[in-house]
Design a protein around this ligand. Sequence first.
Ligand code: FAD
Length: 412
Amino acid sequence: MKKSKKIVVIGGGASGLVAAITAARNGADVIVLEHKEKVGKKILATGNGRCNFTNEYMEISCFRGEDVERIDAVLKKFGTKETLHFFDELGVFPKSRNGYYYPKSNQAAAILDVLNMELKRQQVEIVCNSHVTKIEKTKQFKVLSSTGTYMADAVILAAGGKASAVLGSDGSGYSLAKMFGHTISPVVPALVQLRGNGTFFKQISGVRADAKISLYVDGELLGEDTGEVQFTDYGLSGIPVFQISRFAALALYQKKTPKVRVDFFPEFTGEELTLFFEKRIRQNGEKKAGEFLVGLLNKKLVPILLRASGVRERTLISEVEKERLERLIDKCKGFEIEITETNSFEQAQVCAGGVRLNEIDIETMESLYEKGLYLAGEILDADGICGGYNLQWAWATGYLAGKNALKGKKYD
Ligand SMILES: Cc1cc2nc3c(=O)[nH]c(=O)nc-3n(C[C@H](O)[C@H](O)[C@H](O)COP(=O)(O)OP(=O)(O)OC[C@H]3O[C@@H](n4cnc5c(N)ncnc54)[C@H](O)[C@@H]3O)c2cc1C
């Protein structure tokens, strides 16, 4: 009698659960091994508990990695439309906020709940508290875990990266991939806060400013973003900082010194800001320099910018020398901070780096080194900016792995 194909999915996160559902729907006998006490812990934490599960704007510029063309090829197969359809079938009605999709119920739990309902319906076996330590391949795969040994015709490795280990992904997936000869591009924290060099951080901790953040390494601009920047007692946080953080992390990994330039007046060019200041000085010439910037910048930032420009707070603004005034305008347009560190993997939302995509058949997510081994999710060298892109990558690669792991030879 023909038995259905046995597939073991390692990791019950976003990519593993979609892979398991897809493989089971196609008739495979699927088991998920998850080392936490329950599946999908990270899904519950996404989008501040609301889960931004995809985005209307699905452009390759929103993704980073050594091989963005391969990322693009995956997303062309399974993009926003396919994600919305997949979750619509499971019962999730999407709500768009400027193109960022959330479940209408505004609860990340809704995403996990519908995945769990479908796993049950498809009779996928879930084994929790099962830490996989080794995968061997002879005729079949032999997956060794803390709950026993599992034989499989195909294995989907969906163990995530090493960001936010408390939610499950501790980097052990990389060791499992290496057992089959896979190589890993440098793994660094991404979507993470930056720590900077400066004695002023304590003074401005808690300040939020609408600013443009630009990241330079060796004088080269590697990334920039505009939005609400938050200053902390050690450095910088906020969405624009997260968006560029992976470039800083990679530079630090390469022992380089990344620098951030904060433009507090992104709505003005340098020339426009000069004209604006000149006009304001004509109107407010009697004000002291410390008073002149009030109403333009958060009060706590004023002494920092004046000090950096060599302008005394008590000097009348109309009496500040031209050269110092120019310096002040320069600082307002590009206050430079040397980045010394990023926060740890524990605080990062994702990892940059991972299993190199040129070692994967991007049509199927099968390893080019081991037939029957499939990889999906954040374990791979692809990271997205904030906005639902990382989950999109997880759903897409999980779906392709689940669909294709079933193909290939069934056994009698
Ligand atoms: C706080 C936070 C908020 C986020 N918000 C968003 C958002 O709103 N939108 C978005 O797109 N992305 C968001 N992300 C990123 C997104 O959640 C991840 O990129 C995505 O979940 C990765 O899915 P994955 O399946 O590859 O890995 P994971 O979700 O990390 O799943 C991997 C699973 O494998 C298990 N595992 C690992 N090793 C083993 C082992 N050896 N044996 C058995 N099991 C193992 C882990 O316990 C885990 O359950 C957020 C991340 C965080 C931390």
